[in-house]
Design a protein around this ligand. Structure first.
Ligand code: GUN
Ligand code: ZN
Length: 443
């Protein structure tokens, strides 16, 4: 047996199609075997057909009571805001002033940044999330700390330094020049370094001068495959402010589009208060939206119209985001719980397959990473999560009354949180096991 060959066995699900478009999109195997070599999936299929041809000394991690999935993907999250999750009483703009900016100021300290990055990465893995699009702060040290920790776990992460040169406390502002120079240095150091990927990160239109938005666009030209992440039309007062600040723009999205920021690998957070024209632009350019239901409900921002966004006549790429610290959980199961309710309030029922697709393969497509992560299939990077449907007394009881995989998945997306994550594998390595004395190990 080649030293690196190993296997994971148990009930498993993944996607062979988009469940918003196709009926039988979910692929469920009651007893699956996943063969892994050099961090990649060699094969995925029924154990029954394969066990006779397996090397006798093959190491198999068997989870007969688990449910195996591709690792979850979080399309929008702020790691520095972990420490102010659940801050009381404000909507977006006042919440930024009162809670976010004071918290982010502390990331000028590299030790503070390293401490929080370490905690954050572990919290993600504990929630079963193996890839995320992450906002750091304006300080380049915050990005350095994050990528250094991600490189230790070898997680596939997208992250970047926040660009903001106005409308925040002076200690949190960069300039057109420093924003460019610091981002460029971070791109050269981290983009494509192992599994790390860089996102040019103008915070949102109100915090960036037009000149800084132009600079963000020129940063995107520096290397192939760079991402762009920002916020779009999250809150009504914010939208009105953008109208005042950019009177010449035809819409909120037009501010970014004029600057040359909208295209493939652009990830726009929220997009609640957008019109048909903006959705058409996203469709035509290949930009993606990050749906962050726990955040949108917590800040009272509004209801994202998911089923409008993915309308098959002009589908927009959509992935799921937690948006910590406005979001209230790092668990994508909790995001799905709230996504279902937001869909209900907008007249649609989000199925379990559709939900889990948004947290895995759909998110991978939104990020143009579908050739790397998001499914259990030969050739994919082996980022794998083992769910435990019997993790709590209630879910264990409820599981016995689920007759189909769809019912079981829907139970998980309603009752689930990080307790349901038994183990997480990154690039084929077991980095987290809930029941180990020391749950986390660097590979
Ligand atoms: N808009 C600009 N910055 C932020 C942020 O940090 N969080 C959220 N939810 N919205 C934003
Ligand atoms: Zn955000």
């Amino acid at each position: 047996t080649p030293a690196s060959l190993k296997a994971i066995r148990g009930p498993a699900f993944t996607f062979k199609d988009n469940p918003f478009l196709a009926k039988d999109a979910l692929h469920y195997e009651e007893d699956a075997l996943i063969l892994i070599s050099d961090g990649r999936i060699l094969s995925f299929g029924a154990y029954a057909g394969q066990h006779s041809s397996l090397p006798p000394d093959l190491e198999i991690a068997h989870y007969p009571d688990g449910l195996i999935s591709a690792g979850f993907i979080d399309c929008h999250v702020h790691y520095p805001q972990l420490q102010m999750i659940g801050a009381y009483g404000e909507q977006l703009l006042a919440w930024l002033e009162r809670y976010v900016f004071p918290t982010e100021r502390r990331f000028s300290s590299p030790t503070h940044a390293a401490e929080v990055a370490c905690l954050f990465l572990r919290a993600l893995l504990r929630a079963g999330t193996t890839t995320a699009a992450v906002y750091c702060t304006v300080h380049p040290q915050s990005v350095e700390a994050f990528f250094a920790e991600s490189a230790r776990f070898n997680t596939r992460m997208v992250a970047g330094k926040v660009l903001m040169d106005r409308h925040a406390p002076p200690e949190l502002l960069d300039t057109v020049e420093t924003g460019y120079a610091q981002s460029k240095a971070l791109i050269e150091r981290w983009h494509g370094q192992g599994r790390q990927l860089y996102a040019v990160t103008p915070r949102f239109a109100p915090s960036c001068s037009p000149a800084q938005l132009d600079v963000a666009a020129s940063l995107l030209q520096l290397r192939q495959g760079l991402f762009m992440q920002t916020h779009l039309a999250e809150n009504e007062a914010e939208v009105a402010w953008v109208k005042e600040l950019f009177p010449e723009a035809k819409s909120y999205l037009d501010v970014y589009q004029r600057a040359g920021l909208v295209g493939p690998r652009a990830i726009l957070g929220h997009a609640i208060h957008v019109g048909e024209g903006e959705l058409c632009t996203c469709h035509a350019t290949g930009a993606a939206l990050a749906h962050c239901p726990t955040s949108n409900l917590f800040l009272g921002s509004g209801l994202f119209r998911l089923f409008d966004a993915i309308d098959p006549r002009r589908p927009v790429r959509v992935g799921l985001g937690t948006d910590i610290g406005a979001g209230t959980s790092l668990s994508q199961l909790q995001s799905l719980n709230e996504a279902y309710k937001v869909a209900q309030l907008t007249g649609h029922a989000l199925s379990a397959s559709q939900g889990f697709w948004l947290a895995t393969r759909g998110a991978a497509e939104a990020l143009y990473l579908q050739d790397h992560v998001g499914t259990l299939a030969a050739g994919q990077e082996a980022d794998i999560v083992i769910l435990d449907p019997g993790a709590t007394a209630l879910s264990n009881f409820r599981r016995d009354h689920c007759d189909t995989i769809d019912q079981l998945l829907f139970m998980l997306m309603t009752l689930g949180d990080d307790r349901m994550i038994k183990a997480t594998y990154v690039n084929g390595q077991p980095v987290y096991d809930r029941d180990r004395l020391e749950p986390f190990v660097y590979p």
